[in-house]
Design a protein around this ligand. Structure first.
Ligand SMILES: Nc1ncnc2c1ncn2[C@@H]1O[C@H](COP(=O)(O)OP(=O)(O)OP(=O)(O)O)[C@@H](O)[C@H]1O
Ligand SMILES: [Mg+2]
Length: 242
């Protein structure tokens, strides 16, 4: 039985609470993700994918419900503890890359390790290894504006891996790329999943890219409308949200 990395139970998110324009965006979601799963989250624009991602990534707290990240009850953490758990457990990848423009690729990958208190030597060594993993060694000294979109995203993925997180959380990572480049970036996620055993949660508009993953969760208007379920590698049965 593999470890549960994400355990969400009856997650509700509301905005403008107590005001006439109160909005409920997530209507009580239950999601369990096991270690080593590659999950795609799909759904129309405005359905609540990024809102859900912000909660999974401990960037935001749910209004109601419980969320355990690797066994830690995230709703009980203060802001400082939240930022610590984010730095340690989550590797974020965004549509717009979010690299530091004045720093080269190597420095960008080193940054999360600096926050985590790793030594200079350790940071440098790990960053070089990660750039190799995403096949960007020959661009280590390039700044973001000297890289193509696909290359920037590969550096961002290397950065996301820096502190060896439990989850890689990617919100539309191929959204700003053409389809061929998007597939190349997707190949990197497959590599992290297969070779590094990473748990990956990928938000995408592309049914084609979602179909390449192990499991598809479809969201509509803040509800899970379908979930193809966890496939236990040790079992022939499929459990949904078990
Ligand atoms: N901070 C906020 N305050 C109020 N409403 C918000 C806030 N963030 C998101 N919303 C609303 O929540 C709903 C879901 O937004 P969300 O960004 O989660 O959608 P999405 O599925 O990621 O869409 P897209 O595919 O366009 O990125 C939208 O109606 C949005 O207006
Ligand atoms: Mg979004």
């Amino acid at each position: 039985m593999s470890k549960r990395v994400i355990e969400m139970s009856n997650i509700i998110k509301r905005y403008y609470i107590g005001q006439p324009n109160e909005l409920q965006i997530l209507n009580g979601m239950n999601i369990t993700v096991h270690e080593g799963e590659f999950v795609a989250i799909v759904g129309a624009s405005g359905s609540g994918k990024s809102t859900l991602m912000n909660i999974i990534g401990a960037l935001d707290r749910p209004t109601e419900g419980t969320y355990h990240l690797n066994g830690t009850d995230v709703s009980r953490l203060n802001d400082k503890q939240l930022s610590q758990i984010r730095n340690k457990e989550i590797g974020f990848v965004f549509q717009t890359f979010n690299l530091i423009s004045k720093s080269n690729a190597l420095k960008n990958v080193e940054l999360p390790m600096l926050y985590a208190g790793k030594s200079r030597k350790e940071r440098r060594q790990r960053a070089l290894e990660l750039l190799k993993l995403v096949e960007m060694s020959d661009r280590a000294s390039h700044k973001p504006n000297e890289l193509s979109g696909g290359q920037k995203q590969r550096v961002a993925i290397a950065r996301a891996m820096a502190n060896d997180p439990s989850i890689i959380l990617a919100d539309e990572p191929t959204g700003a790329l053409d389809s061929k480049t998007g597939h190349l970036v997707m190949d990197i996620f497959h590599k992290l999943h297969k070779e590094e055993g990473k748990t990956i949660v990928l938000i995408t508009h592309s049914p084609e890219l979602a179909a390449e993953t192990d499991r598809i969760i479809t969201i509509s208007d803040g509800n899970i409308v379908s979930d193809t379920g966890y496939k236990d590698p040790d079992s022939t049965e499929t459990e949904v949200n078990a």
